[in-house]
Design a protein around this ligand. Structure first.
Ligand code: ADP
Ligand code: MG
Length: 243
């Protein structure tokens, strides 16, 4: 469903993504791991045009984009097909939980307010926050805020949800509830690409784990293979530190 070819991103003289090739099947759950500063966030951000890549092609369904020649329209189309969950939630502080989720439906997808609210309420229920619809982010726990963040991504009805370390900013007590919402989505075969340090989640939920180092995909495979018999010394050394 998604095909990335020779994706390159540089910041100044530094090549942060050094020719990434990646295929994602519909319904696939992929976890991306790797040392910090290795380009994991940049990869996700480039897939969403939050960063402008320097080279490569991107195919999502029937949409094919040469990233260096992407038109405004193509960029918007890519954004519509890829939803993003941020480490720091990135909610609108002046909007309620419900409004945070309904916002995009109204503003981007031009749904009537009422229809958007109906779907937003359903989503709030699915992320376990039906009773906090009218709460503002400041009065929600970190775990609740991130569940709103995930709800917002669900509302986008995108082809793929990109999660960038969704539990890294959370106090440990809130990590479980966020992972559990993500697990539910995975069981429903929502296509997702998840950057995380939660190796338990990777092991239990991922169809495929990708190990990145220095802007490249070093190795990938089913979690059992990657965790138990990594082939590359860099993967082994990384796993020794985190497992
Ligand atoms: P990871 O998510 O794997 O920790 P990142 O994708 O955030 O890594 O960053 C990869 C490299 O790119 C790092 O060296 C980082 O300092 C650099 N980088 C990321 N974003 C920017 C930016 N906006 N400007 C300059 N350098 C950046
Ligand atoms: Mg990162």
């Amino acid at each position: 469903m998604i095909k990335v070819r020779q994706l390159v991103k540089r910041f100044g003289q530094t090549t942060v993504l050094d020719g990434i090739d990646l295929d994602i099947q519909q319904g696939e759950i992929i976890v991306v791991i790797g040392p910090s500063g290795t380009g994991k966030s940049t990869l996700l951000r480039c897939l969403n045009f939050l960063e402008q890549p320097d080279a490569g092609t991107l195919e999502i369904g029937d949409l094919e984009v040469d990233v260096t020649r992407a038109t405004r329209q193509q960029i918007l189309a890519v954004r519509r097909r890829t939803a993003f969950v941020f480490q720091n939630y990135a909610l609108f502080a002046n909007k309620t939980a419900l409004e945070n989720i309904a916002e995009r439906l109204v503003v981007v997808d031009r749904w009537p307010e009422e229809k958007a609210q109906v779907l937003a309420r359903k989503i709030l229920e699915r992320v376990g926050l039906a009773d906090r619809a009218d709460a503002f982010p400041v009065s929600l726990s970190g775990g609740q805020q991130q569940r709103v963040g995930i709800g917002r991504a669900m509302a986008a009805q995108a082809d793929v949800i990109l999660f960038d370390e969704p539990t890294s900013a959370l106090d440990p007590e809130w990590v479980g509830e966020v992972l559990s919402v993500m697990k539910t989505l995975a069981e429903e075969r929502q296509t997702m690409l998840v950057v995380t340090h939660e190796m338990g989640f990777a092991r239990d939920v991922a169809d495929r784990v990708i190990f990145m180092d220095e802007g490249r995909i070093v190795e990938q495979g089913p979690p059992s293979q990657l965790f138990e018999s990594p082939r590359d010394p860099r993967t082994r050394s990384f796993l020794r530190k985190v497992l």
